[in-house]
Design a protein around this ligand. Structure first.
Ligand SMILES: [Mg+2]
Length: 405
């Protein structure tokens, strides 16, 4: 029997926001790696892996992934929190990596085998002006990306107005710019009007609201964007307001993508089973790894919903590989968010998925197909940068109230 002999979490990336779980076994040279990265609370996740979960894992049979997942899911009694899910994800992915290595097969083979030859991705295009954005989109289309996300600068871009132009209280808190719902729901349809006039309706385009809007503004924006036939509109509501998707459905056909902040089955299950969204965007590591996400993909298949696992800038190559193995083997796959890394980061993860002409490719190595070079990973880490606390954006409205990030 192959048993677990060691569990540790390797902190890496310059800013220390990547946590890679490494599980070693009683078989010489046999180990697995998993993603337990958290851009804001990495030290808490490392503590959860090494102090809370590792002691109970030592000596367990590596083959029992489902049982280990279920056991550790409730091991702290309270569950479905981002920190414990992320820690559990690192363990879960590492166990799938080990199972693949023992079987001599890539993980996607264990999940049922390939049902596509590669994984189509969407790129992130941004520009401070519609003209600059158009140029960025054209670049990604030329590169071969089948879908492109379109943003007017950063998240909320198009909705910010200079503070001096906004009606603000006499005792207003200092701010250079403020977010305004009405400005946003005017600017974004105008942006797509311009893009469609230049590109036509051939290119598949998305937009990410990043939950900035009030719910009634979200309904209005979804309806106003209908003529521009988006591939999907992302996070038009915050997780606290998902009941509003029913009203959006009644108003328009703009496809909806939601879920990158979800950590709890009670969040995604009703949206899927009531067919209130079109794409589920859970981050694999935030749901707890491959084990829960393959079940989400199956649930999606039954209800005609597609997956679009969240990736984006702060994810690591191991989480990307886990998403790609799910994508390769899930019929309910819709699209994959792209992510790329620096040369030094790729060097620390030999065998990482390859992104070429808008598609991600895995290799046929057993397990997740990639490794961690621990010396190279240690060299990436900048201790001073890693010691700096990190917080989500703090955008505010004219009266000073905070906007959901
Ligand atoms: Mg997003």
């Amino acid at each position: 029997m192959t048993t677990i002999t060691g569990v540790k979490c390797i902190r890496t990336r310059s800013n220390g926001t990547w946590g890679i779980v490494k599980i070693t076994t009683n078989q010489p040279g046999l180990y697995g790696i998993g993603s337990a990265s958290d851009h804001y609370h990495q030290r808490a996740v490392i503590e959860a892996v090494e102090s809370m979960l590792a002691p109970k894992l030592i000596g367990r049979d590596v083959s029992r992934i489902e049982d280990i997942w279920q056991t550790f899911y409730t091991s702290g009694y309270w569950r479905n929190g981002a920190i414990t899910n992320t820690a559990l994800s690192g363990i879960d992915m590492a166990l799938w990596d080990i199972k693949g290595k023992e079987a001599g097969m890539p993980v996607y083979q264990l999940l049922g085998g390939a049902c596509r030859s590669a994984v189509p991705c969407y790129a992130h295009a941004g520009g401070g002006t519609p003209e600059a954005l158009l140029e960025a989109i054209q670049g990604y289309l030329d590169e071969g990306f089948p879908v492109v996300r379109c943003q007017l600068g950063g998240y909320g871009g198009g909705g910010f107005i200079p503070s001096e132009d906004a009606p603000r209280p006499a005792n207003a808190w200092p701010a250079d710019k403020v977010f305004d719902d009405e400005a946003y729901i005017e600017a974004i349809p105008n942006m797509f009007e311009y893009l469609r006039s230049k590109l036509g309706f051939g290119p598949k385009l998305t937009h990410d609201v990043h939950e900035h809007l009030r719910p009634q503004s979200a309904v209005a924006l979804s309806k106003r964007l209908e003529p521009y036939r988006l591939f999907f509109l992302e996070d038009v509501l915050s997780p606290e307001q998902v009941q509003w998707y029913r009203l959006i459905r009644e108003q328009c056909t703009t496809p909806q993508a939601m879920g990158e902040l979800f950590v709890n089955p009670h969040e995604w299950t009703p949206l899927i089973t009531e067919r209130l969204i079109d794409y589920v965007r859970v981050r694999v590591s935030k749901a707890g790894g491959i084990t829960p996400c393959r079940k989400i993909a199956s649930l999606c298949e039954s209800f005609g919903i597609n997956t679009a696992w969240q990736e984006g800038g702060d994810n690591d190559p191991v989480n990307q590989a886990a998403a790609v193995h799910l994508d390769m083997s899930s019929w309910s796959f819709g699209i994959q968010e792209e992510n790329t890394f620096s040369e030094a980061e790729y060097a620390a993860f030999p065998g990482a998925c390859e992104l070429s002409e808008g598609h991600l490719y895995t290799n046929d190595r057993p397990g997740l197909g990639l490794d961690i070079d621990e010396d190279a990973a240690a060299r990436l880490l900048n201790l001073e940068d890693a010691a700096t606390p990190r917080y989500a954006a703090e955008d505010r409205r004219a009266d000073g109230s905070i906007v959901r990030p």
